[in-house]
Every structure is written in C-alpha cells, then in structure tokens.
Design a protein around this ligand. Sequence first.
Ligand SMILES: Cc1ncc(C[n+]2csc(CCOP(=O)(O)OP(=O)(O)O)c2C)c(N)n1
Length: 277
Amino acid sequence: MPKLSLDVDKYLRTQVLPTVCCPGCRNGNTVEGLATAFSRMNIDPRKVVVVSGISCSGRTPFYVNSNAMHTTHGRALVYANGLKMAQPELMVAVTMGDGDTLAIGGNHFIHTARRNIDLTVLVYNNGISGMTGGQVAPTTPMGSGTTTSLLGSIDRTFDTVDLALAVGATYVARTTTFDMQEIPLRIQEAIAYPGFAVVGIIGQCPTYYGRLNQLGDATDMLIWERDRTDGVPAKMLKKEELLGPLGTGVFRTERTTEFTEAYKNRCARSGASYGHS
Ligand SMILES: Cc1ncc(C[n+]2csc(CCOP(=O)(O)OP(=O)(O)O)c2C)c(N)n1
C-alpha cells in the first residue's frame, strides 16, 4: 500500500484496505478527503465519531480510524443527533448516500438541519441507490436510466443544496469527486463550522449509473462529472450563477445559535444539569 501524503494514513484503517467498493467508484476520494481534513486539522481521532446509515457510502466509518457508528438506513442523523446531545465535545461527522439522506432519511434531514446542531454532514451523491442495485433515487437526473426506470426517470430531481438551504442548514457547500483538492477544504470548513454543516459531494457509480446510461468507463465518467458542474469556484461566480442547479462551492455560511449551546444555556438558566456534565 503506497504511503499517503501528510499523515493521512493515521486516520485510515489501512489494514482493511482496499475497500469493498466497485472498481471506478469515487467514494474512496471522499474517504480520503475526510482523513486529509482530520490530518490537516490535527484532530484527535479519539474525539471523532463517524456515523453512517446503510449504503455504499455508509461503509465510510469502516475505513476511517476513529470511533464509528454504522446505523440503519436513513437514520444516521438520529443517532448523530443523540450522540452530539449527550457528548457535545465530540466531533461528529455523518456520511450518507443520497437515498439515505433525501429519500428514507428526508424528514430527519429537514428537522436536524432546522435545529442547527453541530454536525458535519457529507452527502455522497451518485444519483442512484448504489448498494441495492442501481434503483432510482431522489437525486437521479431526470431522464436517466436506472434499474427501476429503464426508459428514463420522469421524476423531477431533488437538489441537496437547495434542500439544505431551504431547511436552514447554516453551512452549505457542494463539490465533486473530480475536484479532489476541494473535497478536504470543504470538509475542513464544515468541521470548523459551529452548526449543521452540509457538503454535497457529486460522485459516480460506473457499475450501475454509468452502464445504464452508456457513460463509458470511470475516466469518461470523471469528465462527465466535471461537465455536470460548472467547474468554476463559487467565489468567481455571480450570485445568480452560484444558485444554478449544480454550481460548486460554498452557498451559505450563516452564524446562528447552535443547538447544544442553546440547550446548555437553557439548562443553566433554570438550574438544571446538562446530561452527564
Ligand atoms: C429500512 C431500510 N430500508 C431499505 C433498506 C435497503 N437499502 C439498503 S442501502 C439502500 C439504498 C442505498 O442507496 P443510497 O442511500 O443512495 O447510497 P449508495 O449505496 O448509493 O451510496 C437501500 C434501499 C434498508 N437497509 N433498510
């Protein structure tokens, strides 16, 4: 196994690599991005919990050398919310598939964002339900073939960033696995952000989405991924361009009271103790 830059491998369970992902899957880039962010921020892995639901992306906690919670499909935010409430000093990152986040987990996403609890939420968007065999997902681009929409999906496409903005997430960004240098940067910002921070990461599933839509091999799909987004950093775009469906960059940074802080203050005002502390 070649040595990675920085001491990124300190944050990876290298003994279980390679991953179970299909050849050409880009989930590994996000896993590396997360480990790189931890490394650059010199985060103590014992103070980190990576929480996931069930999905290909839900395998992330297996590979990150920190505490891990592999929970149920669509419910990762529920566990993460409880964990953060109980131990607010922990850094909690949640890694979820697009179906995990926006289909079965949609309601949890809305209400956890609404309370602005300090979580770093990474939404892996491959436009499909990968783990279960390539079924249509809320993020499937309209017209795309999936194993449950062979003639092309006629549902309108859900946009992670639009939803996160609408429900009050206080840090919202989008990047792609093509923009490999950007992934750790966005994750670092999200970790440093004291609130509900969402990074949508457009990736690719050559096994299902690519084959069903004749997009070629993994390299061809990388180019396709680049072309789906504007490829221009958000700071160079005008506001109206930034809010296009697949612009990349940071869409919101808004400071407002974080939930565990608000709860702590409420407890202090009424003389109640906060959990175990
Ligand atoms: C309650 C429940 N419903 C359905 C499933 C089956 N299931 C497992 S993973 C998955 C979809 C995964 O797709 P996505 O969340 O988009 O992530 P990906 O695998 O593409 O990373 C489904 C439907 C399950 N495990 N639990």
